[in-house]
Design a protein around this ligand. Structure first.
Ligand SMILES: [Zn+2]
Length: 163
């Protein structure tokens, strides 16, 4: 089990972030994930909103055959973790794991079985992942304040369809 202490060490020391990510047990989603990669170059594009810093992102690895890139590919995805994941945006190790495993790991599973969904607008993938993150938050001991944050992110996906 990854400890709060190790999470804090990764927060304070950027060079420990990749070893920290490598040490995390991805539980039931481990078989859908190729690697969790720390990316020190903060990205700002997020679903429906270009000004929100990206915390983590799940990406299928392109499948190359004879030097050409092919999609879809039934492969394990990579999860990228950006610097903001080590700020107060993620208050503790349980919320970190809730994002990493229950949301991004869930995306890896979605894309493993249905890689062509990566070609769509992603709204359905997001709603499913937020729902999984929400119901998994309780077993990780997270409170309603955290669920409120997830609900806020989820509503950014739903809002474009509101009447
Ligand atoms: Zn997502």
């Amino acid at each position: 089990m990854t400890s709060e202490e190790e999470f804090n060490r990764a927060r304070e020391n950027e060079s420990y972030r990749q070893p920290f990510l490598d040490s995390i047990n991805l539980e039931s989603e481990a078989r859908f994930v190729h690697k969790v990669i720390y990316n020190s170059n903060q990205k700002y594009s997020s679903f429906m909103d270009e000004n929100v810093p990206t915390i983590m992102r799940c990406k299928l690895r392109p499948l190359e055959i004879f030097g050409r890139v092919w999609l879809p590919s039934f492969r394990r995805a990579d999860i990228y973790v950006f610097p903001i994941a080590f700020t107060e945006a993620i208050p503790n190790i349980n919320s970190f794991l809730n994002n990493l495993i229950d949301h991004e790991g869930f995306h890896a599973k979605q894309l493993f079985f249905n890689p062509w969904l990566a070609l769509g607008d992603g709204a359905m993938l997001e709603l499913d992942a937020y729902w999984n993150q929400m119901i998994s938050s309780e077993k990780r001991g997270l409170d309603d304040n955290w669920r409120q944050i997830i609900a806020g992110k989820c509503s950014r996906v739903i809002d474009p369809f509101a009447i």
